[in-house]
Design a protein around this ligand. Sequence first.
Ligand SMILES: [Zn+2]
Ligand SMILES: [Zn+2]
Length: 250
Amino acid sequence: MSMDCQRFLSIPILAVILLLGFVYYATVFIFINDWVGLQTSAGFLNALIFTSLVCLFLFSFSIAVLTDPGHVPSSFIPDVEDTVSSDQELQKTSSQVSQCDKCSAYKPPRTHHCKVCRRCVLRMDHHCLWINNCVGHWNYKAFFLLVLFGTTGSIYSTVMLISSGFHKDWDFGERVPLKIFYVCCGAMMVLLSLTLGTLLGWHVYLIIHNMTTIEEYELHGWLGNLGRVIDIHLMLESTKTLPWYWVQTC
Ligand SMILES: [Zn+2]
Ligand SMILES: [Zn+2]
């Protein structure tokens, strides 16, 4: 197995794949099948659209996991003289060109050091537990698309579940376990859609303002904090990296 593929061997990634498999099976073989049947053209079309969304999600997910988020070339030396034409710009440029204490190397503007990856990442957004990789310059697009397809797929699955639930004849007593299954799945899908939808909204806001999560946090602490709170995987990440941070600072 190549080094890159070993990135998939992490519990959060396996959890994402398991959850995706469960949601796919339930949506196609339970909700759509119970609602209109997979043999009908409406059932087939809905199953086809949902399968395409799942494939697009898996493709973006794999790219986000496997792509190098962006490393600083070891030969990088800031070219201050070329870019400077006035004193004001010199001040600006010299404040942008900084050095990383841990890597003992120059950092281009918008680069941050990731404690988990133990290296500097170009235009780092955050380290994402769910893709076992940093979100940076080279995989931001894949990360954004995976959030977009994830949100669309979750909402689609929720609509299929609700349509199927309303269509079903619930009058039989023996259907109680199925009722419980529908209610639990419904609660899970609504929660998933809201979480991914909020994360999508946050990244649309960041793209419009040409910012990263880290920069937003540094510029407007409270708004960045809000971003961190809605970015549920950042919350999990901060609890996960806390012991690591202690090791590093001690
Ligand atoms: Zn560094
Ligand atoms: Zn990282």
